[in-house]
Design a binder for this molecule. Structure first.
Ligand code: HPA
Length: 275
């Protein structure tokens, strides 16, 4: 469901949010696995559970239950998404990116994406953080398919610099200043929900992929379409399939992400202060 319907849904969601808060965020932050308790870092003004917004996609994954958190990091007004929906849950791709578009309509100019990802680059280790320099979008459905929403952006948006150079530099500086080791690389979004096969992972590596996950790229595309500046960090929660002796399981992915959480939170917070 793209186009006019999607825009009508968005304006309805906007109306509901505006009945509850007049907060105008500058930065929108999507919290991936491992950043679930990030709200501790925020001077919270108000929270809004997703299920209170008619038409808003609500996650079905354990540990992803969702709400918007509105508040301040230092003096920067932010909106955080605690929990996001994934395409593999069965939502239409336009619903997967609805929250990003809604945050834009609330006033957010910058989108900070975070996720847990499998390391594809042979030099990565579980627990590493990776600055997203670029992405591979061709394995996920394009979120802009359908009639173009002219109110948001152009039909054929440029994607030659999805991840904002200036924001990347701030994140790199903050990592260095805080002694946080930061890898850099290309993130690929596959649909999931099954993890990759070892052959998938070898193919991704040959294509220039450094990390693989099930989110982020479609959100980045929708954000660029509607004129947001975008940046992102992956937490490498595991080496991708076939790279270690162990099979992958969601619980271990979650636990590894939790272990990296203190560094992850510090880097996000210190960076946003400079945005
Ligand atoms: N593959 C895909 N998505 C993931 C992985 C992975 O290995 N780890 C965390 N999210």
């Amino acid at each position: 469901m793209g186009g006019h319907h999607a825009y009508e849904k968005l304006t309805n969601c906007l109306k509901t949010v505006r009945e509850k808060t007049d907060f105008t965020p500058k930065v929108a932050i999507v919290l991936g696995s491992g950043l679930g308790d990030y709200a501790e870092q925020i001077r919270v003004e108000t929270e809004l559970p997703y299920h209170e917004i008619a038409g808003f996609p609500v996650s079905t994954v354990p540990g992803h239950a969702g709400k918007f958190i509105f508040g301040y990091i230092d003096n920067i007004p932010v909106v955080c998404m605690k929990g996001r929906v994934h395409y593999y849950e069965g939502y239409d791709i336009s619903d997967v990116v609805l929250p990003v578009r809604l945050m834009r309509m609330l006033g957010a100019e910058i989108l900070f994406l975070t996720n847990a990802a499998g390391g594809v680059n042979n030099s990565f280790h579980a627990g590493d953080l990776m600055l997203i320099k670029d992405h591979l979008a061709m394995f996920a459905p394009n979120p802009l398919i359908g009639p173009n929403i002219e109110e948001l952006g152009t039909r054929f948006p440029d994607m030659s610099a999805v991840y904002d150079r200036e924001l990347q530099q701030i994140i790199k500086n903050k990592a260095a200043e805080n002694g946080i080791y930061l890898q850099e690389g290309v993130y690929a979004q596959l649909t999931g929900p099954s993890y990759e096969s070892p052959a998938d992972v070898r193919a991704l590596r040959m294509l220039g992929c450094d990390a693989v996950g099930m989110s982020t790229v479609v959100e980045a595309i929708a954000a660029r379409h509607c004129g947001m500046r975008v940046c992102g960090i992956s937490c490498i929660s595991n080496l991708a399939a076939g790279m270690s002796a162990e099979p992958l399981n969601h619980k271990e992915v979650q636990e590894a992400a939790d272990m990296a959480a203190p560094r992850f939170k510090k880097l996000v917070t210190e960076s946003v202060k400079e945005f």
